[in-house]
Design a protein around this ligand. Structure first.
Ligand code: SF4
Length: 648
């Protein structure tokens, strides 16, 4: 039987296990990526593990989430990251050089390689045939040290693309269509492998828009085969030498198949406040728009901004609407400027931001209250823009530019009819000839020892798992709690990411601002949640801070993949419960796990009896591999890995 592309890459990197769906496998990692909000902790953990040199082919540290450096804490973090990259042998991308996924795609992504990154949109280079997976920072630290990455073998789903996109429809609409069909949970435990005749009609930047936002489906990763389009992209980036022709065997067998006819795709938007709340633009046309932003790791490339620029040339942005362009990388900014497009957009009324995540995580350009913002980003979770009652629509750059010109949601085809606009298409520049001054290679390193400012603290460690786990249900939450709910990514909070006692004060404050103090005052305790707990980012602080506050475990109907791995990594027990039991537990109930937890976890026990208020009992399930059980028993992965290194 032939192999899928995913199976081919995994078999070449397999160090443990077999490629059976649902079985745990260990794979060798070729490349790692970290960004500034997760990177400080990655390097502190790398240091705490006693490791002294990066072992992967490529390790890259980006500074993209907090580049405005509002106070010394951000700048200290960036200096620490530069010093860590220099000390341990990683590339360092300076603040302002761009968003990790964009800069990595431009400089390092390569067909057939594996990558692990401490950011949830790590799968972006799947558009070039790289198998890239987002994980918690500790997994990245261990992979950088040469350790395997463990994961349950996902299902591999064939997404067969037929036809060709019509004018004014874009790659963003393809992934929005996938979200419309499958929802934000539709990709959990899956890798989406794109195949079929439609693939060659999309260039690499279009493919990476789709693989980037596969994360919103909850997918482990998304990947395209390589072809002449891939070679062309790499050649224009000056990296043709890494090209390799790879794809699935003709008789590859997939776990499932989805067919998307590109010629049926029309301009779509995700309505507030979930990326799967997708409708045709025409269904919501006419709604006033006060803000438009083109940018982010999804649609911040030269190829994304150029269509908007072409539409804006000779036009004026509506008087009540602000439009911001935030390029995903300095390379994109520089080429647009050299070609004169920046001036055309400025003349139309666009304001420019530096190449940063910025508004995507509520840092700058917060929308006005009770107003609509149209963004080309990948997420519109409530409050992510920096204001709680926001109303953010996700769209393609074409739909965003149309909204800016018209001042209201508009299907770009209708605007084109009205103004006589030509469809802009999606083109790459002849050469990606941006300068590389902001990317410092290991052999050009500025520092050879760690530089830690006062806001950079120690890594907290947890004791081995107790036999007795009991405490209060300190917080009961609904479905789809995101890591943004657990630890908000806003500037005023994330500046404490290397200072865990301080950061912990903000844990779940968006759900209940008394939670952190109540947790500290309690001696242990539990979180209770509905479906898909921990969806969103790879932010390991969303597990680390509850651990620091003394939380012992989470009872949820289901968990998002990366967050569940992070719970194991920080020694919190993730137990699944059914819907009826979830409904019966109240916040404030006394929870007691009747079993000897330490022994049960060690022995592979899957069902646990949970007594509530000494009154009724429910059965909770622990779905954990032998390795995850070992991690839990040790009090987390850091404690376990340290003890293993000590024993060697
Ligand atoms: Fe940055 Fe937003 Fe992309 Fe995350 S999703 S890497 S915050 S641009």
């Amino acid at each position: 039987m032939g192999q899928t592309l995913t199976e081919k890459i995994l078999s070449e990197h397999l160090v443990e296990g077999e490629l059976e769906t649902g079985e745990e496998i260990g794979i060798e990692i070729d490349q790692v990526l970290t960004q500034d909000t997760t990177g400080t902790f990655v390097w502190l953990q790398f240091e705490a593990l006693g490791l002294d040199e990066v072992q992967t082919e490529v390790a890259a540290q980006y500074c993209d989430h907090q580049t405005y450096q509002f106070d010394f804490k951000n700048t200290d973090d960036h200096r620490f990251l530069r010093s860590a990259a220099g000390t341990f042998g990683a590339h360092f991308s300076r603040p302002g050089n761009g968003i990790c996924h964009n800069v990595h795609k431009e400089n390092f992504a390569a067909p057939g390689k594996t990558m692990l990154g401490s950011d949830s949109h790590t799968p972006t280079p799947g558009g070039l045939g790289e198998l890239a997976i987002g994980s918690g920072g500790l997994d990245v630290a261990v992979a950088m040290g040469g350790g395997p990455y463990y994961i349950e073998m996902p299902e591999v789903v064939n997404v067969r693309l037929e036809g060709e996109l019509p004018e004014w429809s874009s790659a963003k609409d393809v992934i929005l269509e996938m979200l419309r069909r499958l929802s934000v949970k539709g990709g959990v435990g899956k890798i989406f492998e794109y195949t079929g005749p439609g693939v060659e009609t999309l260039n690499v930047p279009e493919r990476t828009t789709i693989t980037n936002m596969g994360t919103e489906l909850g997918a482990t990763s998304s990947i395209f085969p390589t072809d002449e389009e891939t070679r062309e992209y790499l050649s224009r980036q000056g990296r043709e030498d890494v090209f390799e022709q790879i794809g699935p065997d003709e008789d590859a067998e997939y776990d499932d198949e989805i067919v998307v006819d590109l010629s049926d795709i029309e301009p779509l938007v995700a309505k507030p406040s979930m990326p799967d709340n997708v409708v045709p633009v025409r269904e919501v046309a006419g709604q006033d728009v006060e803000q438009v932003i083109v940018g982010s790791c999804t649609n911040g490339g030269y190829e994304d901004i150029l269509p908007a620029a072409k539409m804006l040339k000779g036009q004026e942005i509506d008087m009540k609407t602000e439009m911001i362009v935030a390029p995903g990388s300095k390379q994109a900014s520089e080429i647009l400027a050299r070609e004169g497009w920046t001036a055309e957009m400025m003349a139309a009324g666009v304001n420019f931001s530096e190449a940063t995540c910025g508004a995507c995580i509520g840092i700058g350009h917060v929308p006005a209250s009770d107003s609509v913002s149209v963004r080309t980003f990948n997420r519109n979770f409530e409050g992510r823009s920096g204001i709680e009652d926001d109303s953010v629509f996700l769209s393609s750059p074409e739909v965003a530019a149309a909204a800016a010109i018209k001042g209201e949601l508009t299907d770009p085809r209708d605007l084109a009819d009205e103004l006589g606009l030509d469809a802009p298409g999606v083109q790459m520049p002849d050469k990606y000839n941006g300068s590389k001054t902001d990317l410092i290679a290991p052999d050009e390193a500025v520092d050879d020892e760690l530089v830690k400012g006062p806001n950079i603290g120690d890594v907290p460690l947890k004791d081995p798992l107790d036999s007795k786990l009991e405490g209060e249900a300190l917080l009961k939450m609904d479905d789809n709690i995101t890591t943004d709910h657990i630890i908000p990514a806003t500037q005023d909070i994330l500046m404490y990411r290397s200072n865990i006692p301080k950061l912990s004060e903000f844990t779940l404050s968006r759900v209940d601002d008394t939670f952190a103090q109540r947790a500290l005052d309690s001696d242990g305790g539990f979180l209770v949640a509905g479906e898909n707990y921990g969806q969103g980012s790879s932010r390991e602080h969303a597990a680390l801070c509850p651990m620091y506050l003394g939380i012992e475990g989470v009872l949820a109907q289901s968990f998002a993949r990366i967050h569940k791995a992070n719970l194991f990594n920080f020694g919190l027990v993730p137990l699944t419960i059914d819907e009826a039991d979830y409904a019966n537990i109240e916040q404030g109930d006394d929870i007691e796990i009747v079993d000897d937890v330490a022994e049960a976890v060690d022995s592979g026990q899957e069902e646990f009896t949970v007594r509530v208020n000494d009154d009724w009992e429910l059965t909770a399930h622990l779905d954990a591999s032998a390795r995850e059980r070992e991690i839990l028993s040790a009090g987390g992965k850091l404690s376990l890995t340290r003890s293993q290194y000590d024993a060697e």
